[in-house]
Ligand binder design. Structure first.
Ligand code: SF4
Length: 78
């Protein structure tokens, strides 16, 4: 985690998923991602999370912005 954020605050410290296990945040299957996805529903930094992680352009695997991603593509949840 960087010590200083260019926008003036450490957004990760108020992320609802901050205390969740990495296995949920960086899950690959919807069943494993469920706790992190629930956290996203009430997260105050969803937009910042999406802008910073930029999952579609970084081949991201895991939960970001209320969605589950695999290799930068959204994983269908139903
Ligand atoms: S939007 Fe979801 S994954 Fe992103 S910081 Fe918030 S709780 Fe975590």
């Amino acid at each position: 985690m960087p010590p200083h954020d260019p926008e003036g605050f450490d957004w990760r410290s108020i992320a609802r998923c901050a205390a969740l296990p990495p296995a949920s945040v960086f899950a690959r299957r919807p069943v494993d991602a469920a706790p992190a996805l629930r956290a996203c529903n009430t997260c105050p930094v969803t937009d910042r999370c999406l802008r910073t992680v930029d999952p579609a352009n970084t081949w991201f695997d895991g939960v970001c912005g209320g969605r589950l991603w695999s290799n930068g593509r959204e994983v269908p949840l139903s």
